[in-house]
Ligand binder design. Structure first.
Ligand code: GLN
Length: 225
């Protein structure tokens, strides 16, 4: 029987402007090479119910401000299940707009505030006059990562004892122009501003693949008990 890794793509139809679906395609390719099939479910506005614990990986890609506003409103109904999944240490990758929405809030330059899920102690301030756009390079636990960033939101950690950066900047801005760091790690969650897609960096993609396989083994072992 084929072994099927289940991935939930949060709002694939709305949060997909920056080509981040490539991250999911790369992970599927790497898992296939190891003999696994993948099933990717779009969890969106028309999804009646969603239990994150049925999945081995959650993905939340980047999006533009308008889509983020729409998604932020709907997303709240999944807060409990996503929190349980994250606190259980299961793997998730959130890019740019998705990363921002895991935090407390996203304040736009007009002074309006998009409420995030509030799972991670971080917040984002939008600065319209200085978009952070260009090639990035940063050092991570898995080695050097090269990507592309394109965001006006500046993200700040509110509890640095809880959150760790994904990497240290060599080139580009990352979370904001001041801190010299890129992205965030909390338990099994990686947040990042890196597009490109990020997982064209196979070192990092392999690291995430291992976490997904461990999650799959736990989930399927629990099912057969
Ligand atoms: N709209 C957000 C920003 O500019 C997110 C952009 C993105 O997801 N690339 O910060």
């Amino acid at each position: 029987m084929a072994q099927v890794i289940k991935m939930a793509y949060l709002y694939e139809d709305l949060m997909n402007t920056y080509g981040d679906s490539g991250d999911v395609k790369i992970l599927s390719y790497l898992l296939k090479k190891q003999g696994y099939d993948t099933q990717v479910d779009n969890i969106s506005i028309d999804t009646a119910d969603f239990n994150a614990l049925d999945y081995d990986f959650l993905f939340f890609g980047g999006g533009q401000d308008f889509e983020q506003t729409v998604v932020a409103k709907d997303l709240r109904r999944f807060k409990a299940t996503i929190t349980t999944y994250i606190e259980a240490g299961k793997p998730m990758l959130a890019i740019c707009g998705g990363y921002q929405l895991l935090g407390d809030y996203y304040e736009t330059s007009e002074g309006t505030t998009i409420k995030g899920l509030g799972i991670l102690p971080l917040h984002t301030i939008f600065k319209a006059d200085s978009r952070m756009i260009g090639d990035t390079e940063f050092e991570t636990e898995w080695g050097t990562v090269r990507a592309f960033e394109n965001h006006s939101g500046r993200t700040y950690f509110d509890d640095p004892t809880k959150l760790k950066p994904l990497g240290k900047m060599v080139t580009g801005y990352g979370n904001n122009p001041e801190d010299g760091v890129e992205g965030m790690r909390y338990k099994g969650v990686i947040g990042s501003y890196a597009h490109g897609p990020l997982l064209k960096n196979v070192n990092l993609a392999q690291g995430i693949t291992e976490k997904i396989l461990a999650c799959y083994r736990d989930r399927t072992a629990a099912l057969t008990k």
